[in-house]
Structures are given as C-alpha cells and as structure tokens.
Design a protein around this ligand. Structure first.
Ligand code: PEP
Ligand code: MG
Length: 756
C-alpha cells in the first residue's frame, strides 16, 4: 500500500490544475482500496457548507452543485469530530442525510476522514461501497495518511486562491485573486507587476507577452541551433576519451533537441502569447515534472537532463537580454527574493509596491522598504510569481495581502483609502517640527534608523531628532572588498555632519546571519546562532580597529557621535571591545586629531544580555534594545521565515517583561535606555514603550510622523494604565488586539490600517 500511496501523491502533486489533482485523487484512491466510490467535499467557510468537488462513483453531475450544511449529515459529523468515521451501513445512522442529487442510495459502507491542515478542517474525504461492511484498519490508516497529504495540497490551493476560485465558481461568482503574505511595509500600493528573476534560473523566468512573436520564434531556433552546435563540439572533443555510457548522455541531449516535438511545443506556447524564455520554462518544467512523477530512477535523471538542457538554451536566449527590466510608471516589484539592490535599481518615483515570495517583515529588505515608504508584502510563498508580469495589482502592506487583476470596484475602494492616507500625511506634516510630548507633558526623543541605503535627507525631512541606529553594513555589503578606512571616514563624516549637532549613534559592523558579505563567505548550519556581529569583529581586530579609527576621525570638530556594539552576549566581549576602543582612540589622538572619547553603548538583543543588563550598563554609557533580534531569540522564531511569522510578535508577554527588566536595570545604573528595533515604530507598541520608561525611540523615517502624532494624542497616565492591563494578559494576540482597540477608541485607527 505504501507504493500506491506514494504513486498517488506523486501523481496528484504533478497535476497542473487543482481540479485535476482532486479528480486524480478520487479515482486513484477508489482503485487502491478496491472500493466503488470515493469523493471529496471541501469546506466553503464563507457559506458554512461542504461542497462536493470531485467524485468517482457518485453522480458526476452533482459535482460543484451539491452543498451540505456544515452541521448536517455524516460529512458534517466527520468535520465536527475531526476524526474518521467508519460505518457498515450509513443509511441507518441517525446523522444520515438523504441528498437525492448525489445518487448514493446503492451505497451502504461509509468511511469518511477529515482533511485537516494546521489544525483547520478544510474538507472531508469519503469512500463508499454497496455492501454493508466495515473498512478494515489498514484501509482506514491508508485513507487517513492520504488525507494528511491531500490536505497540504488543498492548503496550498487555498493560499494560491485556487480553492476560493473553485468554491466561488460553484456559486457562480467572480473571484478576486488574493494572496496572503506578511506585512512588510505599511501602505497601499497600486500599479503593474515587474517580475525580477535570476538570470540563468529557468524556474524563476516569468511569463511575458512577446512584442514580436516571429522574433521570439527566431530567437528560440537560433538558441536551439547554438546548443546543438555546443554539444556537437563538446562531443567531438570528448568522444575519444569517453566511455560508451557517458557518450550516451550526449546522445540523449542531442536526441531531445533534435526531436521536433520539443521545439514545436515551445513554439506553440510562444504563438499562444508567451515570450521565448517563458515558453521554454513552461514546456521544459512540465516535461521535467512529468518525468519526476514516474517511479523510475532512470526517468528521474532524465528530468535533470531536461532541466539542464533548458538552462543551456536559456543562456543563449538571454545573451542579448537587457540587464534592466522595463519598469512601469507605477511599478510593483515582484520576485522570489527581492534584495535591497533590486529596490535601488527602480528609477526614482516609479516604485509603487514590493512583493517578495521569501522573507518576512524583519528581513532587511522590508526594513529598507519601510524607510522608503514603499508598501510591501513579504513571504507570499504561494503566489504564482512568474504569472504576475504586467498584471494590475494592489499591495496592501497593512494586512500583508496582494490582489491580482482587481475588479474596478475593488480598485476604486483602494483609491479611496489612498486618498485618506494622503490626508493623514498632510496632518503629520503639520506637526513635523513639534516635539513628541504626551498630553500630560512627558517628552520622549524620536530618532531615526538609517544605513540600509536610505537617504539621509528623508530622515531629516521626517523631523528626526538624531540617528539612533546607523547600520554600517551597507558600505561593506555594496563593495567587492572591505572598504578602506578613508572610504569609511568619508561616509561617516557626511552622516555626522548632516545631523550635527543632533546625536548620531553608529553601530559597529553587524554582518553574518542574513547579512553575509559576498567577499567574506561564512558557511554555517545555523548562521543566526553563529559567527555574526561583535563575534566576527572581535575575532578580526584589524577590521574592527580600522572601522573605529575611521569613525573617530570622522567625528572631529562635531562631537555628536556615539558608538554602539551589536550582538553582545557576554560582558567579556564588552571589556575586549572597550580595550580596542581605547586603543583606537589613543591612536587617532596620536595622529593629531582633536576629539572627545565618544559615548559607548551596547545593544541588548540576545536573552543573555537581558539578564546581565545591569552589569553591561555599568560598563557603558547607554543601552539600546534591538527588539528585532531579541524577539527572534527569546521566542526562538526566525525573523525571516514567513511560515512562523504569525509566532513572531514583539508584543509577546515574555518580550514585554524582558524590556521592563532592561529599562529598570539600566536606569538603576543611571544610564540612557533606547530601543531601535522595528517595535519602536509600531503604533501598537509605542504607548507601552513610553510607559516602560524608555528615554528614546529609534525607528524608520517613515514611522516618525505617525508615532509623534500618536504620542501627542495620549497622556502618559493612560499609557501606564494600558501597560498595567496588558501585563495581565497571557498572549501576544490578546495584547495586540487590546492595543489596537485602544488606538481605535482614541480615533487613531488610521495608524494601523488604511482609511479613517
Ligand atoms: C535589531 O535586531 O533589533 C536591530 C535593530 O538590528 P538589526 O535589525 O540590524 O539586526
Ligand atoms: Mg540586530
């Protein structure tokens, strides 16, 4: 049974369309269990009904027509109980429901099992037989195992919108294509898709309408001829020394290329309206997928050959490809894994939104998008990325959703929300130069995080009172070698001079984790628990000292610089870093620079530092909480992994308690306590941070106006009350709801969603 189980899953997973997958499932399951009927009912939550979506053995006319109320019949019972129900004569069961359209009168034996994914019932899978009998244990186990696999395919269809489309079509409605990800940067973006793909990566090539079909066909033919010639030359060179078996491989390649079928298939797809690279991907991947489903090692290898050949042809197709895509006036940038450089390449004023299949709200590209005020959705893993080129789209960065080819009424609704956002921005502009002070007179400093390529002028325009975190990684990431001390000095000088006399906190190099340097490769099983931040720089004092000297030289005559150490886990790291800082200071003074020793701070971003906050505070001038990493390490949730994004919330009670402890310990030592993680710009968190006693909040430039508006609307007494209330709560979900409700009640709902 194990083999047939594997076969069924392989075949079902290889199906092109969701409906095909369902139909293959019922047919194969019925065969495998030698039973007369097998059917799938999927739950339409919106209408509270199970819909018959595929059957082998019941009335095929009833598919997509028959709907069973969620609390009725044996189907409803399987869903309610969330476990299999095995009955020898279903018609005698008190929950039996007669549905004449399905024509199941002849069936007695019934075995139904729920289709559950991530604790949610998605539907019910049933098998039936004429003669009364109980399905035996092994049959039941088979069906349950298959149901778990099938559930993940259905969940995928749910995420891609295919399920909703199927259910809506059975109700005769038009369905908007909506894909869910996680919020990356707030705001609503409307525009046309531009898909960024990796050259030579066949699988990421998007579909695109060709400008000139004949030219595309021509390109394909030329590429085929070139690959044929390459293979011939390779063969000629290698044949004398090649054993017969390896020669056969070249023969296979040549044969695939020579078979007029492949070229014809691709040409057909081009003629149907796809450019040559897209058509090549479509045909080659379909063949490869088919070969992979066959239960034969030899055929699996042919799938790899097919893809290899596809890549060779692609390389020729892309030879004359322009490096820059054609951006639209309102570009929605889409890709498997969008990078900060991809954002930078879009011409100024043309970037309306960003969609990345990978990554999460705390990925550095999302942080940059927030700084640039570009609505962004991350982790949209199930969206068909390669189909989105030139499609009209809406990016809802508040809810983390994207809409493809929206209806005109939906577009009009989002246009209205954008107008309301503009009004809010105008209000924020009015308070730009006013202080962040609560209604009862408590003042808190609002600073900006910069460094991920974000423009200094954006930060100044936002009304920042200084820089709370300058990430020095970018000048290091953008080069093909370590930047020289002089190159660094110039960058730091410009930053310090632009903000002077306002304070600027420069963080020492924090690479590793999700910020690898291209010219300093680090291969580790667990990069986030590995060699990153201060661990690298202390192991390479020459890099560290060069950076410290550059910072100090840059500060001459301005004296507005503070230096901050990332990823501190132990007091000995601080002691060693302080020794090197003093060394750099003496050296720079010896060079003749007239500077003051800058204030030194430590980032609290790993749990061990929370428990040693007081000892750390004793050694330095200030502490700054890196809540992005602190949340990741306290909750053991990867900040970049969209699959666990729902578990990543800085409002988790444990994180809040850790923050209170840090502030108390730091203040006991009389030190300034700041927070520079994304939490500092999260409207739902700001009042809590204020009540905890943070002295300053450092955030993305785009958040400063909103946070100031919020602070000016609240009294600190009210914030203290809210903190007291949430400390009595046990989960992040409850705390977030409570805080959002408080914002709504204060008339500030527009800070957390679009619209008034
Ligand atoms: C943090 O971890 O909260 C932080 C500010 O640093 P980064 O996001 O650069 O890791
Ligand atoms: Mg960090």
């Amino acid at each position: 049974m194990l083999t047939s189980l594997r076969h069924i899953i392989q075949e079902v997973s290889g199906a092109e369309r969701f409906q095909d997958a369902l139909e293959i499932s019922v047919k194969r399951i019925a065969d495998a269990l030698s039973t007369q009927a097998c059917s799938i009912f999927l739950l339409d939550r919106q209408h509270g009904e199970y819909v018959l979506v595929a059957t082998h053995g019941l009335n095929p006319q009833a598919v997509h027509k028959v709907r069973v109320p969620i609390n009725k019949g044996l189907i409803g019972l399987v869903g309610e109980r969330e476990e299999p129900i095995n009955i020898d004569d279903a018609s005698k069961h008190p929950r039996f429901l007669q549905v004449p359209e399905v024509k199941e009168e002849a069936y007695r034996a019934f075995l139904g099992t729920p289709l559950i994914y991530h604790r949610q019932v998605l539907g019910v899978l049933i098998v039936q037989q004429h003669d009364p009998r109980r399905y035996d244990e092994s049959e039941e186990a088979f069906l349950v195992t298959l149901a778990t696999q099938l559930a993940s395919i259905i969940a995928h269809a749910e995420a891609t919108g295919a399920l909703a489309e199927l259910l809506a079509s059975s109700k005769g409605k038009r369905h908007e294509l909506v894909y869910a990800g996680v919020p990356g940067a707030p705001g609503i973006g409307m525009g046309k898709g531009v898909v960024i793909y990796t050259p030579n990566d066949l699988e990421t090539i998007p579909d695109r309408e060709p400008e000139d079909i004949a030219a595309e066909v021509n390109l394909l033919e030329t590429a085929f001829a070139a690959v044929r010639e390459d293979l011939r030359l390779l063969g000629e060179r290698l044949y004398p020394s090649l054993p017969t078996e390896e020669r056969a491989l070249f023969d296979v390649y040549q044969r695939i290329l020579d078979s007029s079928d492949l070229g014809k298939e691709i040409t057909d797809v081009i003629r149907r309206g796809n450019w040559a690279p897209g058509a090549l991907r479509e045909v080659v991947m379909a063949h490869a997928r088919h070969l992979e489903t066959l239960d034969n090692e030899y055929m699996h290898e042919r799938a790899d050959d097919m893809k290899d050949l596809g890549r060779r042809v692609l390389a020729y197709l892309q030879q004359n490809d322009r490096a820059q895509p054609d951006y639209h006036e309102k570009t929605i940038l889409i890709g498997e894994s969008i990078t900060p450089t991809d954002l930078a390449e879009v011409p100024e004023g043309c970037l309306a939104g960003v969609i990345s299949a990978k990554g999460s709200s705390n990925s550095h590209v999302a942080i940059l998008a927030r700084a640039m005020k570009v609505p962004t959705v991350m982790g949209v893993e199930d969206a068909p990325i390669h189909e989105l080129q030139d499609k009209n789209m809406i990016v809802d960065g508040y809810y983390g959703q994207i809409y493809v080819s929206p209806s005109s009424s939906l577009s009009a609704e989002f246009e209205r929300l954008i107008q309301e956002e503009r009004k809010l921005d105008a209000t924020l502009e009015e308070i730009r130069d006013l202080p962040a002070v609560t209604k009862d007179g408590h003042r808190i400093a609002l600073l900006v995080n910069t460094g991920l390529g974000a423009d200094i002028s954006i930060s100044l325009e936002a009304g920042a009172e200084g820089v709370g975190l300058y990430r020095t990684e970018i000048p290091f990431l953008m080069r093909d070698r370590f930047p020289s001390a002089e190159e660094q000095r110039i960058i730091y000088r410009q930053l310090l001079a632009s903000f002077a006399p306002r304070p600027v906190t420069i963080r020492t190099l924090d690479v590793g984790g999700d910020k690898p340097l291209p010219y300093f490769p680090i291969t580790e099983d667990n990069p986030f628990l590995g060699w990153r931040g201060i661990r690298i720089t202390l192991d390479h004092p020459e890099i560290f000292l060069s950076q410290l000297r550059a910072m100090m030289r840059a500060s001459e005559g301005l004296n507005n610089m503070q230096i901050m150490l990332p990823m501190i886990t132990d007091v000995t790291e601080v002691d060693e870093a302080l020794r090197l800082l003093r060394k750099a200071y003496t050296e720079v003074c010896d060079e003749g620079y007239n500077i003051k020793m800058p204030a030194i701070g430590v980032m609290i971003e790993v749990p061990s530092a929370v428990y040693q906050a007081r000892m750390l505070a004793k050694r330095v001038d200030f502490l700054s909480v890196g809540s992005n990493d602190l949340t990741q390490y306290l909750l053991a949730v990867d900040r970049n992994n969209p699959r666990v994004a729902s578990l990543y919330d800085a409002l988790h009670p444990s994180v809040l308690r850790a923050l209170i402890q840090i502030v108390e310990n730091g203040h006991q030592e009389g030190k300034h306590i700041s927070i520079c993680g994304e939490m500092a710009g999260d409207p739902a968190a700001v009042m809590l941070l204020l009540a905890m006693g943070f002295d300053s909040l450092s955030m993305n430039a785009s958040s400063i106006g909103r946070v100031k508006w919020l602070i000016r609307h609240f009294a600190r007494k009210k914030a203290a009350k809210l903190l007291h209330e949430v400390l009595g709560m046990e989960s992040a979900v409850m705390i977030r709801c409570h805080m959002e409700l408080a914002l709504e009640r204060a008339g500030l709902g527009s800070l957390i969603r679009a619209g008034r």
